[in-house]
Design a protein around this ligand. Structure first.
Ligand SMILES: Cc1cc2nc3c(=O)[nH]c(=O)nc-3n(C[C@H](O)[C@H](O)[C@H](O)COP(=O)(O)OP(=O)(O)OC[C@H]3O[C@@H](n4cnc5c(N)ncnc54)[C@H](O)[C@@H]3O)c2cc1C
Length: 395
């Protein structure tokens, strides 16, 4: 063998030996030999096919996590909340806090009043004793909201502190009017025509909501024909609709198909309505299907031979078979109907055991979901259960 040949072989052996040594040191450093059993089984039993499958599975799981992460980031950029919670009473507060604790942080709590827990603030007498097991209804609370007996004031402070402690984003004075679902995303609209998008919705509006009423009196003899929804309207009636938001315009356009309808709004222009309603309104007016009285207020209602007599601020008077006020607020049943939720004969939304309504991913918490017998603790319990269910669906 020539000397050159020996030198080449020696060189190759040295390089290979060095590579082997480096691989051994790398293996030691990275704990490749820590689990002897795993190492041996891997060597003994993993076929090329197994290794390919393992590699594919790893890739798939990485891709799933990456795409879920990317989707979440995209949602954030498009301002799509994970959960929108409607109603800042015990049920809504609990659903929000429990979701945040479960690490679902892109949430928003929407409350129509200028403070949370409007039912407790408005309807409880000052100093009222508040029982956790209200009217003997014993509730075992499992979540993270340690609600106990107290007073009206201590209960309000308790929720105040919880909202602050968990840094809960609440949007006050957001009176939600409708919920629609488009491509699995909920579009939630308030009376100011502001919209929010979310992948889940929790409705926790309680049962105490009422439609707003006019400031002047409604004579008792015509109360039956002055209403706050369109449930009792008949074909061919002469109807006055009062209001300038989406509800008033929708009622007017819908009823104008079969009745003699006048829409009255105290302003001259409809600045709060959405594009679809604006188009339909213009069309109905242009086609003379709908009359308007704009830029005038109503100053008085009177009984005109059993019909609704109306005196306007421009001194004009007119008589109608029926007047409908759509000037904000809604009864819970009207709200649910507007959101296209299925309800039973008593107006209670149909829900499964998970508090999910007839619309997938739209949940119902607290009093609004009950035939009777609600309590603060029960609403808190619902919120916890709903947050858990949403977390499950998200993992
Ligand atoms: C006088 C009185 C005394 C009571 N005493 C007790 C007691 O001692 N102990 C007890 O456990 N229970 C008591 N209850 C019952 C208890 O108050 C309710 O069961 C509980 O408040 C229900 O909580 P909730 O979250 O379902 O609804 P609510 O507390 O009614 O909260 C609903 C929230 O949603 C908001 N909201 C409504 N509509 C909209 C909308 N469209 N958009 C945005 N926000 C909206 C409201 O402003 C409100 O803040 C009492 C009730 C009353 C009326």
């Amino acid at each position: 063998m020539s000397t050159e040949m020996v030198a080449v072989m020696l060189g190759v052996s040295l390089v290979l030996g060095l590579l082997g040594l480096l691989a051994f040191i790398w293996g030691l450093k990275n704990g490749q030999f820590d689990d002897a059993n795993k190492m041996m089984q891997g060597v003994l039993f993993d076929s090329v096919e197994d290794l390919n499958l393992a590699a594919k599975a790893t890739n798939k799981s990485q891709n799933t996590h990456t795409s879920a992460y990317k989707q979440k980031e995209k949602n954030k950029m498009e301002n799509i909340y994970d959960i929108a919670i409607i109603g800042g009473g015990p049920g809504g507060i609990s659903a929000t806090i429990e979701s945040v604790i479960q690490n679902i942080k892109n949430v928003i709590l929407l409350e129509k009043s200028d403070n949370h827990s409007a039912t407790i603030q408005k309807f409880y007498k000052d100093g009222k004793r508040v029982d956790k097991d209200y009217k003997g209804q014993k509730i075992d609370l499992e979540g993270n909201i340690p609600f106990v007996d107290g007073t009206k004031e201590s209960t309000i402070s308790f929720f105040d502190e919880l909202l602050q402690h968990h840094n809960i984003p609440v949007e006050y004075q957001s009176d939600i009017e409708s919920i629609n679902k488009k491509d699995n995303i909920f579009v939630i609209t308030n009376t100011q025509n502001k919209t929010y998008q979310a992948r889940y919705v929790v409705i926790a509006i309680g049962k105490m909501g009422q439609p707003n009423k006019p400031s002047y009196p409604i004579p008792s003899s015509i109360r039956k024909i002055v209403s706050f929804n369109v449930n009792d309207c008949q074909n061919n009636e002469k109807i006055l609709i009062v209001g300038g938001g989406n509800s008033a315009v929708e009622y007017a356009c819908m009823l104008a198909q079969n009745a003699d309808v006048t829409l009255n709004y105290r302003r001259k222009e409809f600045t709060r309505i959405n594009e679809t309603n604006a188009e339909q309104l213009t069309q109905a007016i242009e086609q003379n299907k709908l009359k308007t009285r704009l830029g005038v207020d109503i100053v008085e209602l009177f009984d005109d031979n059993g019909k609704v007599g109306v005196r306007f601020s421009d001194e004009n008077k007119e008589t109608f078979d029926r007047a409908i006020y759509a000037i904000g607020g809604a009864s819970p049943v009207d709200f649910l109907k507007k959101c296209h939720l299925e309800i039973d004969e008593k107006g209670v939304p149909l829900c499964n055991d998970l508090h999910e309504s007839s619309m997938k991913n739209c949940f119902v918490a607290g009093d609004i979901g009950l035939k009777s017998g609600g309590s603060i603790a029960l609403a808190i319990k619902h919120g916890y259960e709903i947050a858990n269910e949403i977390k499950k669906r998200e993992s």
